[in-house]
Design a protein around this ligand. Structure first.
Ligand SMILES: [Zn+2]
Length: 353
């Protein structure tokens, strides 16, 4: 399997496979940050097909940093698969590798400013309140991780879930917040570098096409190895997505999707840049472990960065736990993920408007 060991490995493999397969490559290098090995951090874009293509198939990975292990692996498997042969003459394939390279390299779901990119594409001039999150923030990021503050916080969280249910807790925690920069699912105070980069590459590669079909690859929600196709915007797009990807597409607006309803995602930005009449964009969410486990790993890593010691032994184990929660480095999982992804790519390739 072609899944990477780390960001450096992922980037190199992506660029090598893409240029070998005839893709044109470009890099959007991060202006301020490097990786843990001193490496350049870059969002790399590879394009195959005519520059004035009528149709664009867009596949992006790593918006949630550490989830890029899976997304990068899918992109590498596609590049090696033969499925890019026989593309219709009016079609271009655009692969966006590591939308959030900082999070990928440093094993964070968020970016260099603890921003969750899928909560960052909002109008930051308007005050965005999330009282549900305010209520639980101090429990999520307690003063200590191994002492009394943590024990108290866990008891409070357990009581909350018993009283109001896990779904209510998940919604309060994950729907996005703009007031706790050291907290979870923080949307930022301004557009992040990855936000500007995403918008500008969409303008360059998609704005002139008459049809764009896009998948943004994620992990961490749903049953192990299952890839749920989720529409995160309107019902109209949901119906179009079902026609392309199949009846099992879900919609966050309908309440049946594994993820909570969020505003400010990459898909929302894509609708803005490309135009809803031309675009169908979905998230592809691959399951790893049960939600309480992934949320706990996220909480621990967020605590580590906010209050812990990033140089210690505990740092290594909490970082590793985060990576393991969002990426299963086992062949059966990788194979299930690859099969599902390539099956969806086939549908995108064959779909006609
Ligand atoms: Zn994600």
């Amino acid at each position: 399997m072609l899944f990477p060991n780390d960001y450096v490995d992922a980037r190199e493999r992506f660029r090598t496979l893409a240029s070998r397969r005839g893709f044109a490559l470009e890099s959007y290098e991060h202006p301020a940050e490097n990786g843990p090995q001193g490496e350049t951090l870059s969002c790399d874009v590879a394009r195959l097909g005519p520059s004035d293509a009528e149709r664009v198939i867009l596949i992006s990975s790593g918006a949630h940093g550490v989830e890029g292990f899976c997304g990068s692996g899918c992109q590498a498997e596609l590049l090696a698969s033969g499925l890019l042969d026989g593309l219709p003459g009016d079609t271009a394939v655009v692969l966006v590798h590591a939308v959030n390279p900082y999070g990928f390299a440093w094993l964070r779901r968020t970016n260099e400013d603890n921003i969750d990119l899928n909560r960052n594409f909002v109008d930051h001039s308007v005050a965005l309140a999330n009282p549900g999150y305010d209520e639980i923030h101090n429990w999520l990021v307690p003063r200590d991780w191994d002492g009394p503050a943590r024990a108290e916080a866990d008891a409070a969280i357990d009581a909350y879930i018993t009283e109001r249910g896990l779904r209510a807790f998940q919604v309060a925690m994950t729907s996005g917040q703009y007031t706790h920069p050291d907290g979870l699912f923080y949307g930022g105070k301004a557009p992040a570098w990855s936000n500007e980069t995403w918008r500008s590459l969409l303008r360059k590669h998609c704005a002139n096409a008459s049809q764009v079909i896009a998948i943004d690859i994620h992990t961490g929600l749903g049953p192990r190895g299952v890839g749920e196709v989720i529409c995160v915007t309107s019902e109209a797009e949901y119906l179009k997505a079902k026609a392309i990807f199949g009846e099992d597409v879900t919609w966050t607006g309908g309440g049946e999707a594994v993820s909570a309803q969020v505003g400010g995602s990459l898909a929302h930005a894509a609708h803005h840049e490309i135009g809803s009449e031309k675009l169908v964009m979905v998230a592809l969410e691959f399951g790893t472990y049960p939600i309480p486990e992934t949320l706990e790993a996220l909480r621990a890593e967020t605590w580590l960065v906010a209050r812990g010691n990033l140089k210690g032994e505990q740092a290594d184990s909490l970082k590793k736990a985060l990576k393991d929660a969002f990426y299963i480095d086992e062949p059966d999982w990788q194979m299930a993920v690859t099969d599902r992804f390539l099956g969806l790519f086939r549908r995108m390739k064959e779909c006609r408007p």
